[in-house]
Design a protein around this ligand. Structure first.
Ligand code: MBD
Ligand code: FE
Length: 281
């Protein structure tokens, strides 16, 4: 049997593509023709401008074509778009909010993770490596009222930087859970600190990164989706201070408001307090 260290770009890509197709089947909406026309025309014009500005050669055009074909073959469209495009979509769609800052969802969310009480341990292996992390927080509305029965979905990479369901050898729901707040809107979650995440180097996205001489790293992060009746869904990521990639995240998804302030508990574990303020719809 294979371990997470033998993860293949084309496998996690195929998984992310399949997960996205499932999500589309359960709610994809038709985009009106005027919107398609206006945005497609502007996108194509932006590409034409790049070609003119840089006087793209036929060799470069063919390299681009070959690379685009490879993105699809590796199933890496979800990864490519979420790393280099989604942050602007997130920005445009959340700028009206006065509650907590959010961030991008990324390609590795899976709905319906195991349900846990407001105070619980996320599913993990018997010998799960990494620094234990206890996270206490509260979910409130922008008027300050507590949101009991709110849902906090948490998913993150393990301390080797791999996500369950997208790397081999991990239990299906490892480090994925759905917590429900108590009457005061509070939750207390036990997990382990994730490691920084490296974009797979053996797929099309890795090819672009190497060809452009960029780096392939996202800082260590926790993903959450926080929801409550009558409130906008908050999708966010939380980061750890001192991570060298907080300043140059390949996915441009770090905001200062999303950096945690972990405290050393003195027993090899870390505690953190961080809550969420949701905007009413
Ligand atoms: C990730 O783990 C992630 O969160 C994003 C946004 C892109 C690639 C990998
Ligand atoms: Fe992630």
């Amino acid at each position: 049997t294979r371990t997470e260290f033998e993860a293949k770009a084309a496998e996690s890509g195929a998984g992310a593509t399949e997960a996205f197709r499932r999500k589309q089947r359960s709610g994809g909406a038709a985009v009106p023709a005027e919107r398609v026309s206006a945005m497609a025309r502007d996108a194509l014009e932006a590409i034409h401008d790049v070609i003119r500005k840089h006087e793209m050669t036929y060799e470069e055009y063919d390299a681009l074509k070959a690379w685009l074909i490879q993105v699809g073959e590796d199933g890496e469209w979800p990864l490519f778009l979420d790393v280099w495009v989604e942050h602007v979509v997130e920005d445009v769609n959340t700028s009206h909010r006065s509650g907590s800052k959010g961030s991008i969802e990324g390609p590795y969310y899976v709905p319906d993770a195991p349900a846990l009480p407001h105070d619980g341990t996320i599913p993990m292996r018997e010998d799960e490596p990494g620094t234990p992390l206890t996270w206490n927080g509260q979910v409130t509305s922008t008027d300050g009222s507590a949101l009991g029965g709110a849902t906090v979905e948490l998913w993150h990479a393990d301390s080797n930087g791999f996500y369950s369901q997208y790397a081999p050898g991990l239990p299906e729901w490892n480090l994925r859970g759905t917590f429900v707040t108590d009457e005061q809107g509070r939750f207390a979650i036990r997990t382990v600190q994730p490691a920084p995440y490296q974009i797979p180097t053996d797929g099309a996205c890795g090819t672009l990164i190497a060809a452009a001489d960029w780096h392939a790293w996202r800082p260590a992060h926790l993903h959450v989706k926080v929801s409550a009746p009558g409130h906008e869904l908050l999708t966010a990521q939380l980061y750890f201070p001192g991570d060298p990639h907080n300043e140059d995240d390949i996915a441009s998804a770090v905001k200062p408001e999303l950096v945690l302030d972990p405290q050393d508990a003195g027993d090899g574990s870390v505690t953190v307090d961080y809550g969420f303020v949701l905007d009413p719809v």
